[in-house]
Structure formats: C-alpha cells, structure tokens
Unconditional design. Structure first.
Lengths: 234, 234, 234, 234
C-alpha cells in the first residue's frame, strides 16, 4: 500500500512541507509506504484545455512531454494521495493548480473509456496560509478530488493559518498526522473492494423515473400550496 | 446497514426530492436499508452558538427540546447519510443550514469526551439550483462533513442546475444513483474497521518535531535562496 | 445617507456584534447615519422557494407575514448594508441564511418588473469564526450580494478567526472600521449615479455577435492547433 | 479612463474570449478605452512566495524578470480590470492563478509602504466552465480582488456553464456586457474620490474599545442566558 505525499510550495522547507511530514508519519505508522515529492522540482506545463475542443482529446498520457508523465505514474501506482499546499489568495498556487489541472488526463478516462483512472483511490488535503482562507482552498480541493473519483476519509483535511511557527502547534500536527493515518486506514479498507464504483448502466432506471413522477405528484398535492402549509403561515 | 436520505427543500416534490429518490435506489440496490426524511417536516430551532461561550456546552442532545432530538437519533443509528438540498444563493437554505448547525452537538462530543459521534460514518451530497452555484454549496458541505468526521466515497456528490426537468437528464439521475450506491458500498467497506480513526496521542511526536526541524533546515539550505533557483530565474 | 448594520449572531454580545460596532463607527465617521439591528430579534421564516414553482411568484413583500417586512423596508431605505455574521461550518448560521434567502423578494423584482430593488446599493461583510472558514463564508456572501445588485467597496470585508478576544486585535478592529468607512464612501460616490446599472437592451448586440464569431475564428486559426503552440511544446 | 480586459484561457478563441469581447463592448459603450490581452501570450513565472520568508520582500516590481512586468504596468495604468477565465476544477486554471498570485506584488505595497497600489481600482469577473463550478471560481476571485483593494460594481460578474454555444445565449451575453458596463460606470463614479480608502490611524479607537466592552456586557446581561431567551425555547 503506497501513499504519495505531494508538497505544493515553492519553498520546500516551509509549513506545508512540515505538515506533510506529519501526514507521512501518520500514514507510515498505519502501515503504508510513503513517497514524498515536491511539485516545485517538476516541470509541469499548464493544461491546454483540449477537452473544450474535443471531449475525447484529453487522455493519459496528455499531449505534453514534461515531468507530469512521471507524476501520472506515481499517482497511478499509489493507493492514496496527500496534497499539502500553501494557500495564496484562498486557493492553491499556480504550481499546484497546474498539477491538479493536468490530472484531468487521468479523470477524463471516464469519458474516453468509461472509467476514471483514479476512481477508488483515497485523498487527503493539507492547506497552510497566513490568513483565514485555508478552508476555502480545501473546499475547492475536496470537491475536485471527489469529482475525479477519489474517496476522502474521516478527518481527511488539516489546515493552519496562524503566524506562529506551525511546529509549535500540537493540535495541527495531530491533525496532519491523522490526515495521513486516515488516508492509509481507508486505503486498506477499500482495497478489498474489487468492483467498480460508478455504475453507468441501471436497467430499471426508466421505470423508476415513472415511480418518482407519481410520488412527486402525490407530495405536491399533499403539500397543497407551499404557501399555505402550517409551519410557514404564522 | 442503514442510510438516511434527507431532503432539504421546503418543496417536498421538487428536484432535490427527485434526485434523493435515485440516491435511495442506488443505496438500496447496493444492499442498504434507506429512510427518506423531509427536513421541512421537522421543527429545527436555529443553533444558539453555545460553543462560543463555553466549549463544553455544546453536546448531545443539545439544549433545545425540538424535533432535532429525533433527527439526532436517526443520524446516530445510520451508517451513512445523503443530504439532498436545493441551492439558494450558492448555499443550502436556512432549513438545511439549521440542521447542519445543530449537528454540531454530535461533532462536538470530540471536545466533550474525545470522539465525534459521527466519526467514521459516510456521507454524500446532492445539490440542485437554477444557476451555477451548486458546486459552491457542495464544496461547503463536503468540507463541513469531513470536518465532522464523515468519510466521502468516490462520486460522493451530484449536482444539477439546468432549467430542464431533472428527470429527463439521464446523466444526473445516474450521478444521484451513484451517490447513494457509493455511500452504501463505503459503509460496507468501513464497517469492518472497528478502531477509532482520529488518534490524539502519538508518543514520539516530540522527537519527530526535531527531525522535521532539521530536514526543513537542510531543504532551506539546498534551495539556497528561493529567488535564485533555476526554474524561477529565466 | 443611511447604512444598516445587521448583526447575525444569536449571541448579541459576541464578536460579530463587537466588530459591527467598529464598522458602524467607520461609517459614522465618514458621514453616514447608521442603524444597528440584531437579526435574532426578528422572526424570519425560512424562504419557501416559491420562485422554483413560478419565477414571477417571488416578489416584494413576500408571502409571509413576519418581521421580514420591517427588514425589507429598512434595506430599501438604506444606501448601504453591512452584514456581520458568525461563521458556523464555513458559512453563515441559519438565522442569517434565512435573512439572505428572503432578500430574494427584493432581488427578484429584476424578473418581475425589470430591476432589482437593491441595485446600486453598497454592501460590506464581516465574518467571525473560531477556525479558518471565515473567508469561505465571505466568498459566498460577496458572490450573493454582487449577484443581487449590490456594489462592494475596496476593503469591503473583514474577518477574524483567532481564539484571542477580538477587541485586543487592533488589526481586525481597523479592518472592521474600514468596512463601514468604505461602504459609506462608496455610497456617497454612487449616489450621484442616477441611471440604471444593468442595461437589458443593447441594440447592436446581434451585429456584434457576428463580429465576435469572425474574430474567434481568426484567433483559432492563428493559434493553429493549441497543442502545438510554442509555449506548450517544450 | 482605461479598462483592461484579460482573457485567461489557453484557447484564445474560446468562450471566455467571446464573453470578454462583450464586456469590452459594454465598457466602451459606457465611455471607457479598453485593452484586450491574452494571458497565454505572456510568460508569467509562478509566484515564489517570498512574502512567507519576509513580509517586506514582496513588492513591485517582483524579483522575476518576465512578462509580468508589462502586465503590472498595464494594471497600474488602468482604472478597471475585467478578468475572463475558463473554469478548470471549480477555479481558474494555473495560467490565471499565476497572474493573480503575482499581483501580490502590487497589493503587498500596503505592507511595504502603507497603501495597496490597486486600491480603489474596479474589477469584474467572467467565468466559463462546462459544469456547475463557475460561481465557486467567481467567489474565490471576488474575495481575492476585494481583499487586494479593488471595488466590485453591481452585476460585477457573469458566468456560463452550459454546453450550448455561448454566443447563442442572449442572457449571458448581456450579463458579460453589463460586467464591462458597470465596471466602467463605477470607474467614473470613483475617479472623483481622491482620498485614500483604508484609514490605518483612528485616533479614538482605544476609547471606543471601552465603549464596546460596556455595550457588549449590557447586551449579554439583557440576553441573560442565551439558552433561555424566548425565541429559542419552544
């Protein structure tokens, strides 16, 4: 069971690095093998948005010949990924965003061949900023990761935005540790699940639509006029 | 294995109801027992924010004697929860927000007695609006749910914001179906996990801090001056 | 020039109240008359979502006979509004959300009679939480207010999420002061603008579409194949 | 009065370009001179995050010798800016994010010399995606721009996320037109404001703190115990 721990800061020694180390420790303590990597060490071209010209155009291994190729393979081999990012203006910096944007080539395999190549992997997020925007960055990343097919474990994110040295704040160190730990526990729990998650053929969907139409109509009548029902009319 | 499917619209017959039915079907098809409920049928007082006066004050079963008591028990009995909400101004309406705010009494048991009472449960989200704000609402809910201790499965959200009747859009019906399905699959996968997720005592945390301080220093020196490293200086 | 300062906390004495006072002072020092109000003192029913049944159904003064009537009139009389809200789960609490949701009856006059009744008013936002979610709440509120027709001045929001007593943090007191001040300055600057902001009839829009089609085609050809242009091919 | 219209897509001919043209027309029709620019034509290095090492280090004209220098000067000369961005994963792509991150060198002049160099300028945003994440991207950008010192006019954003050709949707063309128009109108309204917006010295702030402490105490007593006040106890 392998977990990738990606540090997104241009400053490899900063707080997002430090918290990433604690996530790595949490994952290792829970039995995972961890690889740390620093996005700043890789040349990642910005996504060219091919998918907007042609839905089938965006696919592994992308049209660019750059270091993202190595990163794709690392992600594919891993059961879980932890992204530890600084927060610039309430969101990840361009370096991290380019990495995320380029992951589309794995996710869009759902369109190309029916299944996202990251489906069923597990992800966690750490965000560090010097104001109160960390959760906004995290909310963006969580929605993105789930929408790509990742699962998020309980306590799957940590954030910090105080000026005080992060290593002096035991609370956030534990939070980061548990991001790694919970990603690892969930990787283990899900590896027994062999089947595909997203089911795109449901035979009785048409009949079910009929049923819901009828139920909805019944509910509408029972609510009569939404403007009159008891709890709203004082 | 029981899954709760909470419809958040004041209009019980609307699109968020309809998609909730598909999530319920997905969960049932994957072996779960499902209970549908309509938040509008319950009297839920707004949260009084006691936790801001005293961290220990917010605890199950809350100070209010209202219908939330029944809802707490439903949540506690369930392995998973699907929240299907309309989107008013890029976020859930007040009815849903009051429900979320009041769930704090379960989450804050982490402070009161060391463990969130929803830790390890699984959640999915469906959001329906008539403009492009659904994902914003979902990002808020995902961050909230993870932060309470819920896990989010792959494909754990669905959203819709077109004017066309939702039942005519096969894509979103499948998305909603899979929210329920994946919540159910993950409930099954996690129920074998007996142990607590969040570990709040890590014996060698202090030593590890030392190690990270040293590594960080090494990285700083190796990056020398961030202003000079090759990829930034053209 | 009148500015409304709405405190959204159930705890009238809390940090969002305190910062609201500084916004009020900033507005007064800049020449405005300020009215403080506490949303918790008003009975505000949750929005019934009538607009989803019928776009023309949502209009001033709403179908509910509750205290929102008084609030509508206060908003209509004011040139500017400051909302000071606590942050529960990265967003305003249900009390504030109900207030926002119900403001739709003023905004939807754009559909009913061609002009939002809050168009051209000025808004500022203050958010106080005990974690790092304040900016997320603010981002939701800013998008909402702009989308209703409000203008946001420079430095139009302030937020705080430290445990330390807010009154001891000079920085955030100044931020809150300047929210009020800048709302007031902008109210003054805009009151000279008599004309409507949103123009819904532009005579030469059709011709212009043609022009843009041609330009777009030219740009597409000049970029040839996005996959080949210099900066992307290493 | 000059307005800058920045297109953020790698595809210069795409929907964000098209809507940018309508914003440009709206601004021109309202009397502004407009410059269109395509971020993809400029080499913009990712921000190195110097400010995290030293708050005073981040300042105009930044440490990088790249095309951002030209862009800084364009922004400084302009009274208003419209950013038209595609939406990749609920946020602007890396290209746009790098541009935003690098603008910090203008904003951080607030720390360096007491005043943000973009204070009082006006901004509008257009976002185009193929799912429902546009408003999330916009919420991030609005919070960012206001936090840098920009003002946002009424109707200051437009978004689109349908698959249909954008030029066939009259509603969004008008929305984009009005983003430009309202930015221009507000530039005109604000250019008469000579004074600084953010006031960082308020003489009687200390006394006022005392007053608020007393008022807060009075309010606390009058609310007695928040758990008992009438509207919460059913």
């Amino acid at each position: 069971m392998k977990i990738l721990c990606a540090v997104g800061s241009p400053r490899k020694y900063g707080s997002s690095y430090k918290l990433a180390e604690f996530a790595a420790k949490g994952a290792r303590d829970a039995g995972a093998e961890v690889e740390m990597l620093y996005l700043v060490d890789y040349r990642i071209e910005p996504c060219a948005g091919c998918v907007s010209d042609d839905k089938m155009a965006c696919r592994y291994p992308c049209i660019f010949e750059d270091d993202m190729k190595a990163l794709y393979d690392k992600v594919l081999e891993a059961s879980g990924v932890v992204i530890s990012t600084p927060v610039y203006w309430y969101s990840p910096p361009g370096i991290v965003k380019n990495f995320i944007d380029r992951l589309t080539a794995l996710e869009n395999m759902a369109v190309v061949e029916g299944r996202s190549w990251v489906e069923g992997k597990v992800a966690g997020v750490i965000a560090v900023g010097n104001d109160s925007g960390s959760v906004h960055a995290i909310s963006t990343l969580l929605a993105t990761l789930v929408s790509m097919g990742f699962a998020i474990p309980p306590w799957g994110f940590a954030c910090y935005n105080e000026e005080r040295e992060v290593l002096e704040d035991r609370g956030v160190l534990l939070d980061a540790y548990n991001v790694g730990r919970c990603v690892a526990i969930m990787c283990k729990a899900l590896e027994r699940e062999e089947r595909a998650w997203y089911l795109d053929r449901v035979e009785d969907l048409g009949e079910f639509v009929e049923l819901v139409v009828q139920n909805s109509e019944k509910l509408r009548r029972s609510q009569a006029d939404v403007r009159r029902f008891a709890r709203f009319s004082p």
